[in-house]
Design a protein around this ligand. Structure first.
Ligand code: Q9C
Ligand code: ZN
Length: 315
């Protein structure tokens, strides 16, 4: 397994989010990726590669050019503090800091590099993207996300075949859904906490199935907060059937670890060994697979969770 990683994610490090009118510590910290990288390396997954610099043309295929320009300008203009540009943000969970644009571009590069390796014949690649991406919509940031890494990778791969995106982050990937809602060459399937209860609140319902020729190519599986591993895997089996029926050439796995039982933001009934079993089930698809890092906030355990998932995907 190749691992795509760059230290440049560290230049994006917001200090606070706004939550219920109060400032609170920002949970999407650089240590998340460092922990995963170090644990994988210590356990024999040491084939690290730096992402190339891809053209921003790839970003502008999935985000409005004005949005891309805004993020560049606002990041570069800021001297201290954080900005929340009203028109282009969905919530108060994606502050712009001086390093946000550069780091977000490098996260997209990290995803695109993985996509390129898959296109060139690699069977499993793990792109250690940070900041995460699946809440980033065509014209809006939100939920710790600025550019949609998984969407960039899926769009890149769609030139070479049919692509399925399986999103197992705790939260619904409203951004990824938004970007592919009208398309039938990229299937988006998501398992996530019931949006009646959890962020992003306004999307991720079963009634959202796509639009125009994209109708039927979005599939949402909202889960109750009491979901156990058994229920989770039963739902995953349905999602995998959707993917098999679609018959893709590539799989992009939006891997968030905030479904972990000890996660401070998400949490469903999954423990560390659960991820190995989940990985094993996903591997039954026998598809070239690109893992894209999304959320997961229990920093101390993120490495072990990633390792567990990778063991499942590779055995
Ligand atoms: N302070 C991802 O997992 N709500 N984003 C947090 C707690 C926002 C999560 C509220 C959650 C966004 C990529
Ligand atoms: Zn999440």
């Amino acid at each position: 397994m190749r691992i795509v990683y760059t230290t440049e994610h560290k230049i994006h490090a917001p200090t606070f989010e706004v939550y219920e009118e109060e400032r609170s510590a920002y949970p999407e910290v650089p240590d998340r990726i460092e922990m995963i990288a170090r644990t994988l390396e210590d356990n024999g997954y040491a084939d690290f590669i730096e992402p190339e610099h891809f053209s921003t043309r790839f970003v502008k295929r999935i985000h409005h050019p004005n949005y891309v320009k805004m993020l560049e300008k606002r990041s570069n203009a800021i001297r201290e503090g954080q900005a929340f540009p009203s028109y282009f943000t969905r919530d108060t969970y994606a502050p712009i800091t001086p390093g946000t644009y550069e780091a977000s571009l490098r996260a997209v590069d990290t995803a695109l590099m993985g996509a390129k390796l898959l296109k060139d014949g690699e069977k499993l690649v793990y792109s250690l993207c940070r900041p995460p991406g699946h809440h980033a919509e065509h014209v809006a940031m939100g939920g710790y996300c600025y550019f949609n890494n998984a969407a960039a990778a899926a769009d890149y791969l769609s030139a070479y075949g049919k692509v399925a995106i399986l999103d197992i982050d705790f939260h619904h990937g409203n951004g990824t859904q938004d970007i592919f809602y009208h398309r039938n060459d990229v299937l988006y399937v998501s398992l996530h906490a019931d949006p009646n209860e959890k962020y992003p609140y306004v999307s991720g319902f079963t009634s959202e199935i796509g639009v125009d020729s994209g109708k039927g190519f979005t599939k949402n599986y909202p889960l109750p907060l009491t979901t156990t591993e058994a229920v989770y895997r039963k739902t995953l089996a349905k999602a995998l059937l959707d993917i098999e029926e679609f018959g893709p050439d590539y799989l992009v796995l939006s891997a968030g670890f905030d479904t972990y039982i000890k996660d401070p933001i998400g949490k469903l009934g999954l423990d560390i060994p659960s991820y190995q079993r989940i990985g094993k089930e996903i591997a039954t698809l026998k598809l070239p697979t690109l893992v894209i890092q999304e959320g997961g906030y229990m920093v101390d355990d993120l490495g072990d969770i990633a390792l567990s998932l990778v063991r499942g995907l590779t055995h």
